[in-house]
Design a protein. Sequence first.
Length: 85
Amino acid sequence: MVPERARERILDLAADAASSGGAYHQYQPLTKKGNNDVGGNFNDDPHWLIVGVAALSQETGDWSILDEAVVFDNAPAPNSRFTSI
């Protein structure tokens, strides 16, 4: 219902991903940080990002989010690696 907000949340979640391909099981929208305290090995977590991008792009017809670059959460700041969604 609010594509701009959905796009912002998707980019926040993408920036919270690890370079290993993993993702946090919990994401805190207020701090925009992941929470590792609930444990790991939740294999479906990274897949929700793909589903969200596809749903937003299909709904709006705007595929430009695929060209966005975000910094991995666990990359060192000076030499941060980027990934395209």
